[in-house]
Design a protein around this ligand. Structure first.
Ligand code: ADP
Ligand code: DP6
Ligand code: CO
Length: 356
């Protein structure tokens, strides 16, 4: 038999950054397609900081699709993994049927082995599902020769993942269609738009959170009337204000909206029944410190936001970084075990990331 290109194993490795929402996504209107109850907006971190690295190998000799996450084999039959695999293969098949001669059609029937590693705590409220599924979809697309809009597929892995497909400032437009075709991420401004903006990640706990985002938001949708009010009457206006603040590089406006939105998201968690507590006493102390710091200077120089976990993400401008880091180190000195009370500050000291 003549040697075919696709008889050889094909291996592709890609990395993807996390993104941190400043207007939060919390709640789905469609669980299967992962369609949100409100739009959201995030900042993509630099890839050198918190990132996922995924390698996908495909070979004729593989018997089945398999995935390893941080070195441990996971269940590939998970519906979200299946959605991503199915959609990428569907697009690859479509491209082949549309007659793209550059596409190796034999590889389409091959199984994949996926190996994915996060260089930061998984499931600790630092958006591992965002970087993880963005990276998975992007790497699979490279393997199967798929190009173009991929945020709609990443969304079906984890909602927040659609925003990690772009760098800089990104909105996830909730969309209106039932099939979810218009529920996509879109870059609002590239990373170069606001180079002075800095992000610090304060790791208060690297432990797995007790309630994952998926099940947490499910309970919130079922039980919280504050969440309903937030999605219908608060977020739409905030999205407009936030995009405007980003475009004008108005740090105080950006910072205040960011903090208020984080606080309202955690208020909806408290309004959930039974309540969900993602913030810890360390988180509360960081919140107080930021407000005291801003008050001391008589202007909003620093903002916090917390995802579904106790770890703080701090936004500030370049010129304030050394002083704010000093303030945190003063109030949170290394503990008696010699470990930083707030671990890894500043873990991420990042400019924003380019498109994948
Ligand atoms: P986080 O706040 O870290 O995003 P979530 O509860 O949203 O936490 O999601 C955590 C889950 O995301 C993990 O249990 C795992 O199923 C999935 N995940 C995390 N990292 C990856 C990855 N690199 N590849 C695939 N799936 C991942
Ligand atoms: C608090 O995207 O992790 O981080 O769509 O169920 O996978 P699933 O949830 P996920 O939820 C993220 C929630 C958040 C806010 C945000 O990133 O917008
Ligand atoms: Co997540």
């Amino acid at each position: 038999m003549p040697e075919n290109n696709m008889d050889k194993p094909k291996i592709v490795t890609c990395t993807a950054p996390v993104n941190i929402a400043v207007i939060k996504y919390w709640g789905k209107r469609n669980e299967e397609l992962i369609l949100p109850i409100n739009s959201s907006l995030s900042v993509t971190l630099h890839q050198d900081q918190l990132k996922t690295t995924t390698t996908v190998a495909t070979s004729r000799s593989f018997q089945e699709d398999r995935i390893w996450l941080n070195g441990k084999e996971e269940d590939i039959t998970h519906p979200r993994l299946q959605s991503c695999l199915r959609e990428i293969r569907r697009l690859a098949r479509k491209r082949r049927n549309d007659g793209d001669p550059s596409l190796d059609s034999t590889g389409l029937s091959h199984k994949v082995h996926i190996c994915s590693v996060n260089n930061f705590p998984t499931a600790a409220g630092l958006a591992s599902s965002a970087a993880g599924f963005a990276c998975l979809v992007y790497t699979l697309a490279r393997v199967f020769g798929v190009e173009g809009e991929l945020s709609g597929i990443a969304r079906q892995g984890s909602g927040s993942a659609c925003r990690s497909m772009y760098g800089g400032f990104v909105q996830w437009i909730m969309g209106e269609k039932e099939d979810g075709k218009d529920s996509l991420a879109q870059q609002v401004e590239p990373q170069t738009h606001w180079p002075e903006l800095r992000i610090l990640v304060v790791v208060a706990s690297a432990e797995r959170k007790p309630v994952g985002s998926t099940s947490g938001m499910q309970t919130s949708v079922q039980t919280s009337c504050l969440l309903k009010h937030r999605a219908q009457s608060v977020v739409p206006e905030r999205m407009v204000e936030m995009i405007d603040a980003v475009r004008r590089k108005d740090f105080p406006a950006f910072a205040e909206l960011t903090m208020k939105d984080s606080n309202q998201f955690h208020a909806t968690c408290l309004d959930t029944y039974p309540p969900i507590f993602y913030l810890s006493s360390v988180s509360h102390q960081v919140i107080s410190l930021v407000h005291r710091y801003n008050k001391h200077y008589g202007e909003t120089r620093v903002a916090y936001t917390f995802d579904a976990g106790p770890n703080a993400v701090i936004f500030t401008l370049e010129q304030h970084v050394p002083e704010f880091v000093q303030a945190v180190q003063h109030f949170f000195p290394p503990d008696t075990n010699g470990e930083d009370f707030i671990k890894g500050l500043p873990v991420s000291h990042a400019a924003l990331s380019e498109e994948l």
